[in-house]
Design a protein around this ligand. Structure first.
Ligand code: HEC
Length: 132
């Protein structure tokens, strides 16, 4: 094989690898979104300006201070205090919150727990993707 042909093969291989990467990334994100809708979608929306459900809109939750959305009127005093005290939604804090909200913030009113770490991870990836 001459040098030109070798370059062509190399470029084709690279292209295939990149294509595979982006396909599996998109598939992961689809799975993450599906898990979010299933686990959290009853109470949380992520579309900007969507009507408020039982819980606050989570479009900007990742990296944001807890209990800090002005358009959500139903935060518990406990969550507002935690936010004022410095609680920010990082991967770690979200994981603890979804595992047991009342353990992370005693007095919080989110009545949902997810014991499966893989499902928590998917949901957190989805929230993260919304802010990037
Ligand atoms: C049955 C309803 C319900 C479900 C299901 C639910 N939540 Fe919540 N969530 C709430 C409520 C109510 C609050 C407000 C809690 C408070 O003020 O103490 C809340 C608050 C939150 C907050 C804090 C947001 C902020 O602005 O500080 C995050 C983050 C959150 N939920 C993530 C999730 C995720 C992720 C899931 C799915 C794995 C989920 N929730 C499932 C009801 C729910």
């Amino acid at each position: 094989m001459g040098p030109k042909a070798r370059v062509a093969v190399y470029v084709a291989l690279l292209g295939a690898a990149a294509g595979q990467l982006s396909t599996s990334w998109a598939a992961d994100l689809e799975a993450a979104k599906a898990q979010f809708l299933k686990s959290c979608g009853t109470c949380h929306t992520v579309e900007k300006g969507a009507p408020v459900r039982q819980g606050p809109n989570l479009a900007t939750a990742f990296g944001r201070k807890a209990g800090s959305l002005e358009e959500f009127p139903k935060y518990s005093d406990a969550l507002k205090r935690a936010g004022a005290g410095g609680l920010v939604w990082t991967e770690d804090k979200l994981d603890q919150w979804i595992t047991n909200a009342g353990l992370l913030v005693p007095g919080a009113t989110m009545p949902y727990r997810q014991a499966d770490p893989d499902k928590r991870k998917l949901v957190i990836e989805y929230l993260k993707s919304l802010t990037q």
